[in-house]
Design a protein around this ligand. Structure first.
Ligand code: PEP
Length: 253
């Protein structure tokens, strides 16, 4: 049975004080209100990961995610953070290949393959983001284009390794724009990606892979999106900055 997951991506938002208030509110609400078969993850700036991890640790269905990591274990890479460092403070998840990282920091499918490797070697669960731009969606072959992001960054993994990866489909045209993919558009892509995974790794691995939707997901549209057969939760940007709304999304299954 694949996991239901709602992961927040705070991006570069919140001072320390604000981050602690938001996290405490989310932790308390998750404990009281969210079914334990839903995993709730907070994707925080690096600075607060250690503190948030301690906060979240006692809650069995919660985890903390870094928003990136470097592809090397250590070395002369000023300003970077490595997967072994994340492991050393008990972090369980790392968001990799977010479209903002691809767009502003030039991350490529090839580099992301290396990041996925080092994340898995260090026991981190990669939340691997993929998705197409509006121009790509309006051209033929957008389904295959997104599938090729999986092929190029993930399909070198063994079935056992692949089974540890969470996929997040995030159409770039829906991120932070207020325009959500319709549930039919999201379901079409999720089903296509699941078939693509099945063709490589078989039905069982594909059935067990959690594929999250991300892109202007909020408490109003989450119930319809999460009711789709191949949508297993969400990667939530803007709406994860408001505790009540974020937790309501986690209650939308
Ligand atoms: C994201 O950046 O991963 C995201 C889904 O953002 P938003 O929910 O704000 O569109």
């Amino acid at each position: 049975m694949r996991k239901k997951i709602v992961a927040g991506n705070w991006k570069m938002n919140k001072t320390q004080e604000e981050a602690l208030i938001l996290a405490s509110e989310v932790v308390n609400m998750v404990k009281d209100e969210v079914s334990t078969d839903v995993t709730v993850v907070i994707g925080s700036p690096y600075l607060y990961l250690s503190t948030l991890q301690k906060h979240v640790e006692p809650v069995s269905n919660m985890g903390v995610a870094a928003q990136n990591c470097h592809q090397k274990a250590s070395g002369a890479y000023t300003g970077e953070i490595s997967a072994p460092m994340l492991k050393s403070i008990g972090i369980g998840y790392v968001i990799l290949g977010h479209s903002e990282r691809r767009q502003y920091f030039g991350e490529t499918n090839e580099q992301l393959a290396e990041k996925v490797n080092i994340a898995l070697e260090n026991g981190l669960t990669p939340i691997f983001c993929c998705g197409e731009s509006l121009d790509q969606r309006n051209a033929a072959g957008y389904l295959e284009l997104v599938a090729s992001q999986l092929t190029e960054s993930l399909f070198h993994l063994s079935a056992e390794e692949f089974g540890k990866v969470v996929i997040a489909y995030e159409p770039i045209w829906a991120i932070g724009t207020g325009v959500t993919a319709s549930s039919a558009q999201a379901q079409e892509m999720h089903a296509f990606l699941r078939q693509h995974i099945a063709a490589k790794y078989g039905e069982t691995v594909a059935d067990d892979t959690s594929i999250l939707y991300g892109g202007s997901c909020n408490e109003k549209n989450a119930p319809e999106l999460f009711a789709c057969a191949d949508i297993d939760g969400g990667l939530i940007g803007g709406a994860s900055l408001k505790s009540r709304e974020f937790v309501n999304i986690a209650k939308s299954f």
